[in-house]
Ligand binder design. Sequence first.
Ligand code: MN3
Length: 248
Amino acid sequence: MKNYRRDFLRKGALLGLSGFAGSFIGKENLQHAEKLTERLGGIDKFNLPSLSYAYDALEPFIDKETMLIHHTKHHQGYVDKLNKAIENYKGSIYLPDLFKSISTLDLAIRNNAGGHYNHSLFWALMKPNNPVQRNEPVGKLYEAIKMKFKHPDAFKNEFTEKAMKIFGSGWCWLIFKDNELKITTTANQDNPLMDVAPEQGVPILALDVWEHAYYLKYQNKRADYINNWWNVVNWQRADEIYSEALGQ
Ligand code: MN3
């Protein structure tokens, strides 16, 4: 098991799939990272990853009830349906492998593998902010955002605008592609690692704009949800993913 795990992580690194493996390889917490990566990647089946914070920890920006239902019902649902969808699948169930040829696979695999990966990343890219402090990009990612968008606020505005324009359910992403940061969106549970994505790249930041992510607290006010979400973005983690994508 131990060797498998190491091979598994190395495989992720070799493929440059930092958005997948890298997001959970915190230098300071490798053991936790290995466990989470292993659970996500699936050896013979997939499991719901536990959150590193309590359901009420993102209050007042994201409420406890939404987090509880989102994690234990919605995400659990993707995991259960994914396990069912891959029961008779003979290929590699390592998520990045599935994503690379997702256009050739069943829609049930596409929707639920995407749902599982996207939510796992989404949870990992948030952290409590209480008492409330300014929450801005850090490290190499801060420098890259400044370079590309001039100012973190300009980046946030553009990201928010694109997230607002998603018609129906989907995700907004900051990705690293061709040595550059880009903002892109996907429909349903698609993501930028999939061969069907309009822009493919390494996901650095992920925002769920399905109504189930905000409706209980914000009803139809998606803009309020997004503006509040910026307060709980885990920029440290995003910077780790970005640094891994850079190969540094
Ligand atoms: Mn969701």
